[in-house]
Design a binder for this molecule. Structure first.
Ligand code: PLP
Length: 516
């Protein structure tokens, strides 16, 4: 493909993409192909001689589209959103065009410098305190996903804990061998913590980092971690000779969008650190993957002011709810040195005078891979194009849609019961058993819950099978107390409050069919 062919192909691709967005509402939101569908449609292997773009492009509609679930559709109400926008797409186009693996400053100074500037601006946008800005000892870096951010901070937390322990034992007069023996023993005892509602990426991060992982159970209906629960867990670990070194605290959990009680957790951690002055500090990470975007609204901007009292790091995905297409996870740390100490290795071929003189940021030391994409471009384009007002209007629209949906649920108590406090545009509810059955079993709570679980599961499955909207059936809790529920969350840029109202109508029609 030469440059004039590229120009023509790119125009055709853009036309197709714009048409896709303009008409996305008309497509079935959830793909209904069977596993293995694509192999049957594609020829074996790579063609011997190259093909024309017109032929390749035709396969987008004919072969790829049937297997696409349309996350940008206003009928997509599942999981959490994965926003895209035209300025975001343009950012990724330029990133692809430059295609630089800008792992250190010298590899493309603009990539590093724009990332620092954009992340400081985003920090101000979400009212993240000064401690996490690059102008202090902290700073932000763009990772691909919240999971990647979590495994990275677990590694940094682990290494910081071990480094501080080494210093302490050396100061106590232990020789090198004795310190190494202690470190080996310590490694086997280190525990990363998260609540039973924390995203599975904390467990995965602990597995990758080679440390133990334990969950802290939250109360049914509340689903939030608090200081008392953390304290009890720490005491329990200590009584078993184990060592807590890391905890994930969540703003907007995946199942119900619950927010952990930052104030009491902060108090517990501070009390623990004061009582154990020689022990290294527990690293607290705030995972705000989805709900962090809401911090741009003035009504939520008080939330981050408490972070510096306990949190070493904070992460949220601009690619979930902030109009920036996948991937753009913004990780902030209070002390960039912690990341660099854990992750910096500089062989001769990566040395250069700017890095050696400490004049520049080398983001390769803030992440696990070496190479990195020019992701700040899309965040820059998005924030400039929408402006603070446009971004806030987008989040508000999502929240208003969620509130409208809550009102509809609350107005139909015969059919629905909310099972968690609605938050950040997410509603989690169960479907009640059919009234004629409910009447007979109203005093038998167990049977009522069993029937409600069954009806809710059937409704969730049937709604998704019909494919007019896509919602997430889920299970909260476990064992006899497990609650089958449905999660509905808007947030796609194209969604309007009326889309949520019509989704409610679609779900209600299905409930009536399942009740029959
Ligand atoms: N944390 C929370 C609270 C989430 O809801 C999710 C995904 O939805 C994640 C982490 C993982 O996100 P990612 O796909 O960016 O790794």
């Amino acid at each position: 493909m030469d440059s004039s062919q590229f120009r023509q192909a790119a125009h055709a691709a853009i036309d197709q993409i714009v048409d896709y967005y303009d008409n996305i509402r008309d497509r079935r939101v959830l793909s209904d192909v069977e596993p293995g569908y694509l192999r049957q449609l594609l020829p074996e292997g790579i063609p011997q001689t190259g093909e024309k773009w017109e032929d390749i492009q035709k396969d987008i509609e004919a072969k790829i589209m049937p297997g696409m679930t349309h996350w940008q559709s206003p009928n997509f109400l599942a999981f959490f959103p994965s926003n895209s926008s035209f300025p975001g797409i343009l950012g990724d186009m330029y990133s692809a065009a430059f295609s630089c693996a800008a792992f250190n400053w010298q590899c493309s100074p603009a990539v590093t410098e724009l990332e620092t500037i954009v992340l400081d601006n985003v920090a101000k946008l979400i009212n993240l305190p000064e401690e996490y800005h690059s102008t202090s000892e902290g700073g932000g870096v763009i990772h691909g996903t919240a999971s990647e951010a979590i495994v990275t901070v677990i590694v940094a937390a682990r290494d910081r804990y071990i480094a501080r322990s080494r210093e302490r034992w050396a100061a106590e007069g232990l020789n090198e061998d004795e310190v190494e023996d202690r470190v080996c023993t310590l490694r086997g005892k280190m525990v990363a913590l998260g609540s039973d509602q924390a995203h599975s990426s904390t467990k995965k991060g602990a597995i990758i980092a080679g440390v133990r992982f334990e969950t802290i159970e939250t109360k049914i209906g509340d689903y939030a971690l608090n200081g008392e629960l953390v304290q009890r867990k720490i005491e329990n670990l200590e009584s078993r000779g184990l060592v807590p070194f890391y905890i994930t605290v969540t703003l907007g959990t995946t199942p119900t969008c619950a927010t952990d009680d930052f104030a009491s957790i902060s108090t517990t951690l501070q009390t623990y650190h004061t009582a154990n002055p020689t022990a290294p500090k527990i690293w607290a990470h705030i995972d705000a993957a989805y709900a962090g975007a809401a911090l741009i609204l003035p009504e939520y901007s008080h939330i981050p002011t408490i972070f510096p009292t306990f949190a070493d790091s904070f992460d949220f995905n601009m690619h979930k709810w902030l109009l920036t297409n996948f991937d753009c996870s913004c990780l902030y740390v209070r002390r960039r040195r912690d990341l660099i100490d854990a992750l910096s290795i500089t062989p001769a071929y990566l040395r250069n005078e700017y890095s050696d003189r400490g004049l520049v940021t080398d983001y390769r030391d803030w992440q696990i891979p070496l190479g990195r994409r020019f992701r700040s471009l899309k965040a820059w384009f998005v924030t400039r194009t929408f402006g603070v007002d446009g971004l806030r209007a987008h989040i508000r629209k999502g929240i208003e849609g969620g509130e409208a949906f809550t009102q509809l649920l609350q107005g139909d108590k015969e059919r629905y019961t909310l099972v968690a406090e609605p938050a950040f545009a997410l509603n989690v509810f169960r479907v009640n058993p059919p009234p004629k059955l409910a009447q007979n079993i109203k005093d038998d709570k167990k049977e009522y819950a069993r029937l409600s679980n069954e009806v809710t599961r059937k409704v969730g499955e049937r709604v998704n099978k019909e494919g007019k909207i896509f919602i997430t059936p889920t299970v909260l809790g476990k064992g006899e107390e497990a609650i089958t529920a449905i999660r509905v969350v808007g947030g796609a840029p194209a969604i309007q409050v009326d889309d949520l109202r019509s989704a409610f109508g679609i779900i209600t029609e299905v409930v009536d069919k399942v009740w029959e």
